[in-house]
Design a binder for this molecule. Structure first.
Ligand code: TYM
Length: 339
């Protein structure tokens, strides 16, 4: 069983990424064969970005994932642009991707509305590159947060259409979205998801935030009128914090509500803050140790890329072969056998 997921090297990662996705990566590396995790630097070029800073952001994200517990002995961790097969497969998959499907993607609509100067073609093709990431490894499961649901559904659709057009080569992946914590909301505006692209600093808890910053941000988190610690549609702020605590304690949200019955928001927010500090402090400390060793991180990514390529190269050869690209029969022996 193969697991694949990708994460953008955009700025600092936040507790939404940790709770919604990175926890799933950790769980995945224990049971997949193999678990493959990719830092998607090509996706980062689909909106305005700083080319000088991008290589450093890739190392930030690499060190953060290692600090959180990813182990290159138990998973493949690599940089997307190191494996050129991703871009070639993107183009080939465009041949079975209707424009209309791309126009309907929520993230394309949101991001293109916010782009000030240029809506890049790469923003439009973003979901096809994401589908290529996944399909190149015949991935069975894709651990992600709720905001990626539509992209994974599109990847399934692309695989289906490809297989019915050219022959059964691709595997339809399924998303693995956690039951609790799949959509952590901004602390200042709990009607929108926590995101480095749109949120303010006060609304986000970064994985490498200092404990006092975490305490301050949670103390100032937007809460709703009333004082009961219970979930509800009119209580998005408290509901969000209950989800966070539910993850830090590994307890059901109902148990948290019961525990804090009659306590009021202040006590509850302090308790959430201490839990989050406890969860993130070891990751922050390890990150500080790992991040300075840039040569070591680059070496590790290069090894990861080599292992990824060993899967991607024969797979792409099969895709090219069934699509009639290149000389006949150039693909792996598996394809020649099938033919
Ligand atoms: P990215 O880098 O925005 O986010 C990485 C992961 O974090 C999850 N996430 C959240 N989960 C809960 N609450 C939140 N507020 C929150 N914000 C982000 C995301 O769902 C994601 O799982 N398009 C992807 C990267 C990608 C990818 C892939 C993912 C490229 N290729 C192939 C899976 C498979 C993205 O931008 O993630």
């Amino acid at each position: 069983m193969r697991i694949f997921s990708g994460i953008q090297p955009t700025g600092r990662k936040h507790i939404g990424n940790y709770i919604g996705a990175i926890r799933g990566y950790l769980e995945g590396q224990e049971r997949a064969d193999p678990a493959i995790y990719c830092i998607v630097d090509l996706h980062a070029t689909s909106v305005a970005y700083d080319p000088e800073a991008l290589p450093g952001y890739v190392l930030d994200t690499t060190a953060m994932l290692l600090a959180a517990g990813l182990d290159p002995g138990r998973c493949i961790l690599f940089r997307q642009s190191d494996v050129r097969e991703h871009t070639e497969l993107t183009w080939l998959l465009c041949s079975v991707t209707p424009c209309g499907d791309l126009q309907r993607m929520h993230q394309f609509k949101d991001k293109s509305e916010r782009e000030q100067e240029l809506v890049r073609t790469s923003l439009f093709l973003y979901p096809v590159l994401q589908a290529a990431d996944i399909l190149l490894y015949r991935s069975d499961e894709v651990p992600v947060g709720d905001d990626q649901r539509q992209h994974i559904e599109l990847a399934r659709e692309i695989a289906r259409r490809f297989n019915s057009t050219y022959g059964e080569v691709l595997v339809e992946p399924k998303h693995v979205i956690p039951e609790v914590g799949a959509r952590i909301m901004d602390l200042q505006d709990p009607s929108t998801k926590m995101s480095t692209s749109y949120g303010t600093d006060a609304g986000l808890i970064y994985i490498d935030d200092e404990p006092d910053d975490i305490r301050r941000k949670l103390a100032r988190a937007e809460t709703d009128s009333g004082r009961e610690v219970v979930r509800g549609p009119d209580k998005p702020g408290i509901s969000n914090l209950i989800e966070v605590m539910s993850v830090t304690r590994g307890a059901a949200p109902e148990d948290i509500e019961r525990e804090f019955e009659g306590e009021g928001y202040g006590t509850f927010k302090n308790a959430v803050a201490e839990d989050v500090v406890g969860l993130l402090a070891p990751v922050r400390e390890r990150y500080r140790e790992l991040r300075p060793d840039e040569d070591g991180l680059e070496r590790m990514l290069a090894e990861g890329a080599e292992r990824a390529r060993a899967i991607a190269t024969p797979m792409l050869a099969e895709v090219r072969d069934v699509m009639g690209i290149g000389p006949k029969g150039a693909a792996s022996p598996a394809v020649q056998r099938r033919g």
